[in-house]
Write a protein of this length. Structure first.
Length: 174
């Protein structure tokens, strides 16, 4: 016999985690969307050295563990993991598959791209001593960085947006 108290509590917890996932994933989506449509296009108007320095400065704020950014970024990971776990525990597969799919897409597609593509690119850029580099090297470093960073940022932005939207759909259908 199903324990309705356990079932009711896990459903309530699932709803809380789903709301938190929507909030945090949407904030992360807004952050990376802003980079895709404002920050990087703005930086693209700068010369090579200015571009690299501007990115070093903005990324440096993030890498120095800016508290609100870190709370939001880590909060998105924890809330998505919690949502998936609650869905697995409290729902049947036919009801939980979309939540599980969203979680996998977010964790691999947004966070995975960040960790495997963006962080290594950002860390390499942070190590550059721009005043010691020739114009040719600055141009090469920018070329190695900018196109790849922007390409993968557009992918993770689309994935993050899709996950936020689908989590909203799941919440409204519950």
């Amino acid at each position: 016999m199903l324990n309705t108290n356990f079932y009711g509590n896990t459903m309530f917890i699932l709803d809380i985690f789903l709301i938190l996932s929507i909030l945090f994933c949407t904030l992360v989506t807004g952050f990376i969307f802003t980079y895709a449509v404002i920050v990087m296009p703005g930086f693209s108007k700068l010369d090579d050295k200015e571009f690299l320095r501007a990115f070093q400065v903005t990324d440096g704020i993030i890498q120095n563990n800016q508290p609100l950014f870190m709370f939001t970024w880590i909060g998105s990971i924890i809330s998505v993991l919690g949502t998936v776990l609650c869905a697995v525990v409290s729902l049947e597969l036919r009801e939980s598959w979309l939540i599980i799919l969203c979680g996998v897409v977010y964790l691999l597609g947004v966070q995975g791209i960040t960790m495997s593509i963006h962080l290594p690119l950002n860390n390499k850029l942070q190590k550059l001593v721009l005043d010691e580099l020739s114009n040719q090297i600055l141009k090469e470093e920018r070329g190695n960085f900018e196109e790849k960073w922007n390409f993968y940022n557009k992918i993770r932005t689309a994935l993050a947006f899709s996950v936020s939207l689908l989590f909203l759909v799941v919440l409204t259908l519950r």
